[in-house]
Design a protein around this ligand. Structure first.
Ligand SMILES: *Cc1c(COP(=O)(O)O)cnc(C)c1O
Length: 379
């Protein structure tokens, strides 16, 4: 295999048909959406679809209250407003995270306070949290990024004796668990996205999850301007409902495949594979599978070149978020060197999730393509 030419150099692609498309249009989604079409509920402001979705999310995410909204980005803002963040407050955020989370804090007029992620990882470092607290700190945004589960229990312990609220960004990890607790239910408020690439998808959409009536009321009131200003439609809810039935089995299938993939790639030179950081029993949910690609020495692939070569093989691997380590000090306060966040931003490559529902054979092909590309030198 290893003298086999890379697709980038004119050889046959490892997966000629390319990455599987997403979202999948299942029979169940077709039925649900056509029911909404045929009874006219698709065009209503209010109908049973959003109501059913609220009830189902509440049950599945063990959250008494659910606010549906138009995106995960707005859901983060609603969650921050829900916990009472106001202008001039401070909100702790990882130095490597979804760009919209920084913006959501700024949108309220609050100040992001950046804390590093763990070494060789993508989630906020609980041991760095207490140093970054001031008397203005109102909340912390904790994201379960790239399938890695943030340690909410350790963060809660670090916040002990304060009233700082935890906003649990679960946009990338619906379906995951720590022991019996669904991700999204461990913070004071959880956030979901239903964006077009996400594990639960309606093209657009989001939700806020909480067991706290005050948080729920504040989020609702902010979103209500006489009408719902950030709505999720009946048709979107109809498309989402059947996906919740499959979430658990899909989560398990992806987990099995990621275990295979991590095993097959963990000894490859230059690549650092994902390690989970929670000490308790867990089920991770994978929107992306991350690796760190060490910087090239003497002519090896740069990250961009590697991504180009692997995409030519028919595999959806891309680069990562840019992180916030270079943001102006006028826009944020930085706690410590943020060196791990900088490494995450510069060296992460991410495999997109749709292939994780494919066979073990396909996963082997993905791993062998990664190995083959790394074994070659770029030309
Ligand atoms: C996608 C994403 C969001 C935002 O969701 P949208 O629905 O795209 O606005 C927020 N946080 C994380 C971690 C995400 O991956």
């Amino acid at each position: 295999m290893s003298e086999h030419q890379l697709a980038l150099h004119g050889g046959p692609p490892t997966i000629p048909e390319g990455p599987p498309s997403w979202p999948r249009t299942t029979r169940e989604i077709e039925n649900s959406v056509s029911e909404a079409l045929s009874d006219g509920s698709w065009g209503k402001y209010e109908s049973r679809w959003t109501q059913n979705l609220i009830e189902k999310l509440a049950a599945q995410f063990q959250s008494e209250h659910v606010v549906l909204c138009s995106s995960g980005t707005i859901a983060v803002e609603l969650a921050l407003r829900g916990v009472g963040v106001r202008a001039d407050d401070e909100v702790i955020l990882a130095g490597y995270d979804f760009p919209g989370n920084f913006r959501a804090i700024e949108e309220i007029g609050a100040l992001p306070v950046l804390v590093d992620v763990i070494q060789d990882g993508w989630i906020i470092d609980p041991t760095a949290v207490s140093d970054s607290i001031s008397n203005k700190t109102k909340a912390i945004v904790v994201s379960h990024l790239h399938g890695q589960i943030a340690d909410i229990a350790a963060i809660r312990a670090a916040l002990d004796g304060t009233t700082i609220a935890i906003v649990e960004d679960t946009c990338q990890s619906p379906g995951g668990f720590v022991e019996a607790e669904p991700l999204g239910s461990q913070g004071d408020v959880g956030v979901l996205s239903f964006g077009g690439s996400k594990l639960l998808s309606a093209g657009r959409g989001g939700a806020v999850l909480t067991n706290d009536t005050d948080i729920f009321q504040r989020a609702k009131i902010f979103a209500n301007r006489g009408n719902d200003a950030f709505p999720l439609s009946q048709l979107q809810a109809a498309a989402l409902l059947p996906q919740l039935n499959e979430l658990h089995s899909y989560t398990q299938r992806r987990h099995e495949n990621v275990k295979r993939l991590v095993e097959l790639t963990e000894n490859l030179k230059r690549l650092t594979s994902l390690q989970q950081a929670v000490a308790r029993e867990f089920l991770p949910a994978y929107y992306k599978v991350p690796w760190l690609l060490a910087n090239p020495t003497q002519g090896g692939w740069t990250r961009d070149e590697f991504i180009q070569a692997i995409q030519a093989e028919g595999i959806a691997i891309d680069s990562a978020f840019r992180g916030f380590t270079r943001r102006s000090p006028r826009r944020c306060r930085k706690n410590g060197s943020l060196v791990n966040s900088q490494i995450a931003a510069q060296q992460t490559v991410l495999l997109h999730h749709p292939v994780l529902l494919e066979s073990a054979e396909t996963i082997k092909k993905v791993a062998s393509a990664i190995e083959r590309v790394l074994a070659h030198d770029p030309v």
